[in-house]
Design a protein around this ligand. Structure first.
Ligand code: FES
Length: 108
């Protein structure tokens, strides 16, 4: 797959209900597997710039471990206070036996 897509893992390395953290060009991302659907989001809570990788998955949501806000992995939207701003989400694809991330195509 051509740039800007970057292979970040194999699908088998991310079990359903789990996520991994990857760092590209000094930016951290979470790649999550929700029942075979893969999502990519920034590893940064929009509330106080805290790593979401310290939190946990709840279905297609990631919960921040610092103050408890949950974010949709599908839209990046905050689902609970105190966070009010969305997190960045990124396109992710499965192809050629790899999980691919496009870190240039930020979506909110
Ligand atoms: S830092 Fe994540 S909810 Fe406060």
């Amino acid at each position: 797959m051509d740039a800007p897509w970057i292979a970040v893992s194999t699908p088998e390395a991310i079990a359903p209900g789990k996520f991994i953290k990857v760092t590209l060009a000094q930016r951290a991302y979470l790649i999550a597997n929700v029942n075979g659907q893969f999502y990519a989001v920034e590893d940064n809570c929009s509330h106080e710039d805290y790593p979401l990788s310290f939190g946990c998955l709840d279905g297609a949501q990631i919960k921040c471990s610092l103050h408890g806000s949950r974010f949709s992995l599908e839209t990046g939207a905050p689902l609970d206070a105190p966070a009010e701003m969305p997190i960045c989400i990124y396109p992710v694809r499965i192809a050629e036996g790899q999980v691919w991330l496009d870190p240039t195509a930020m979506m909110q």
